[in-house]
Design a protein around this ligand. Structure first.
Ligand code: FE2
Ligand code: FE2
Length: 486
């Protein structure tokens, strides 16, 4: 039997309109016009955005591509300076800010994909003047000069450029660009404020303020000689545009420090703050301490050892930063993932540092282990990444899990939870690392990458005299992970 019209209509989720009465009442129905006070009496907030902006889609994309390239170059510049920056607070802040810039870059890249610019085009975008500018920034004389130029010149310039872009683009048609700029700006405010304090600290600590200013002016001149981030100092239509937007073009400096020099080479020494005592002859904390620390229980020792490995992940910040600086010609997704791992390792270092304090130690009294970074610093970046990921991180995932269970049992919720989070982080590192290693080694076989890496890492340990030739052939995956783990 055929279902009735009413049943058919109900099955579709609509009330029956058997005789088409509702259809007929479509216009002139009170429900559609609203049943309360007539609309005209409401004074809703007005949308005051004006229609019309200064940029075409093409011009907007041209500018966003340059913004993207600035963000990408900034995060790589910081990555390239991390090894050579000894000051603990500065290293940590670089580790955090690298990720802020990576996120900003990804936002521009996503927006570009909506402005007729494919991610592949964005990823391979180059500009000789921007490349030269960042090469000059890299050749800063000291970390203090680098901080002064980056935080005191480049970031304020970008902040201003973004603000002006948001003010001058079409407020309705290009609202997604305005929204991402509004999301990026609070990070810029935070970074610029930190930079100001850091430059002051460098000056108070003995750096010449006049010298730092001189370098800042030099960098500013170079930046403005090619029109800065937009690269088009005079293409803006006057009107409300500010002086910076209309372009204060400064003459190009006569001499560049980077002139005729190759790509800046990052430090091969993991510089450390003089507040740290360090050791590199062993991986074993007890051996390094030489009995200086007494433990009430075995758990106390296990706990402090693991807390120390976290604080000493300063070398993991450095390893991932080196990898980020040295591996080029990769999709931006690589930079983005590595930058996030750098920030995570920064948090692990901070967690270790704070846990030491919570356990009643002065973090600077506990010797800092350098063996891992000493092995990795001279490995080709590809192998450094494979080593820390497939050996170090794979190992720490297990150790954290085992430890947090024990800590919870012993009633130490603070470090139990801390390592529970670290375990969660490290699992994501493992997944991201394996994904990119397969891409970089052009293989799907993790085993193959592991074998190659083990060989390279063991050779380096023999070269450093940490392993004897006899051990070289028999050392297990786990033993290697323990010696130069994360
Ligand atoms: Fe870590
Ligand atoms: Fe990690």
């Amino acid at each position: 039997m055929e279902p009735s019209e009413e049943a058919k209509s109900q099955r579709n989720g609509h009330p029956a309109d058997v005789n088409g009465e509702m259809e007929a009442a479509w216009t002139n129905s009170a429900e559609l016009r609203g049943a309360g006070v007539p609309l005209a009496r409401f004074n809703f907030p007005k949308d005051s955005r004006r229609l019309g902006g200064d940029f075409t889609v093409e011009e907007n994309a041209r500018r966003l591509l340059r913004f993207f390239l600035f963000e990408r170059n900034i995060l790589r510049a910081m990555a390239g300076w991390i090894m050579g920056t000894p000051e603990f607070e500065v290293k940590v802040e670089f580790g955090r800010h690298i990720n802020w810039h990576a996120e900003a870059g990804m936002k521009f890249r996503t927006r570009l994909s909506e402005l007729r610019t494919a991610p592949e085009t964005t990823d391979s975008f180059q500009s000789p003047e921007i490349a030269e500018f960042f090469s000059e920034l890299m050749y800063s004389e000291t970390p203090a000069h680098f901080v002064a130029a980056l935080y005191g010149v480049v970031l304020p310039h970008l902040r201003q450029t973004y603000l002006e872009h948001a003010a001058h683009t079409d407020q309705v048609a290009d609202a997604p660009t305005i929204r991402i700029i509004r999301q990026i700006l609070p990070d810029y405010d935070e970074m610029i404020a930190w930079g100001k304090g850091a430059i002051e600290a460098y000056v108070q600590g003995g750096y010449s303020e006049a010298e730092l200013h001189k370098w800042q002016y030099h960098i500013e001149k170079l930046l403005r000689s090619f029109g800065g981030a937009t690269g088009s100092p005079s293409s803006d239509r006057g009107g409300e545009a500010s002086a910076t937007m209309r372009g204060v073009v400064l003459p190009r400096p006569d001499n560049l420090r980077s002139e005729g020099k190759p790509l800046f080479e990052r430090s091969f020494i993991a510089t450390r703050d003089p507040r740290f005592g360090t050791f590199e002859h062993t991986e074993n904390y007890q051996k390094a301490d030489n009995g200086a620390i007494e433990y009430q229980t075995e758990f106390d020792q296990v706990r402090l050892n693991l807390v120390r490995t976290q604080r000493d992940e300063i070398d993991a910040i450095e390893t991932f930063a080196n990898v980020l600086y040295e591996i080029r010609e990769v999709p931006y997704g690589f930079d983005f993932d590595m930058a996030r791992i750098v920030w995570d390792e920064t948090r692990h270092t901070e967690l270790g540092h704070k846990a030491m304090e919570a356990l009643g130690y002065n973090p600077y009294d506990l010797l800092n282990r350098l063996l891992g970074i000493k092995v990795r610093t001279k490995l080709p970046a590809l192998y450094a990444l494979a080593e820390i990921n497939l050996f170090g991180e794979a190992n720490i995932v297990q150790e954290c899990l085992r430890y947090s269970r024990e800590a919870f049992e012993k009633g130490d919720d603070v470090t139990g939870r801390m390592f529970d989070f670290v375990n969660a982080d490290e699992r994501t590192h493992l997944a991201k690392g394996v994904h990119w290693l397969k891409h970089l080694f052009h293989t799907d076989s993790v085993q193959e990458i592991e074998q190659k890496t083990k060989q390279v890492a063991v050779d380096r340990l023999v070269e450093l005299g940490v392993l004897g030739l006899d051990v070289k052939l028999t050392i297990s995956h786990r033993e290697l992970a323990k010696i130069i783990g994360e």
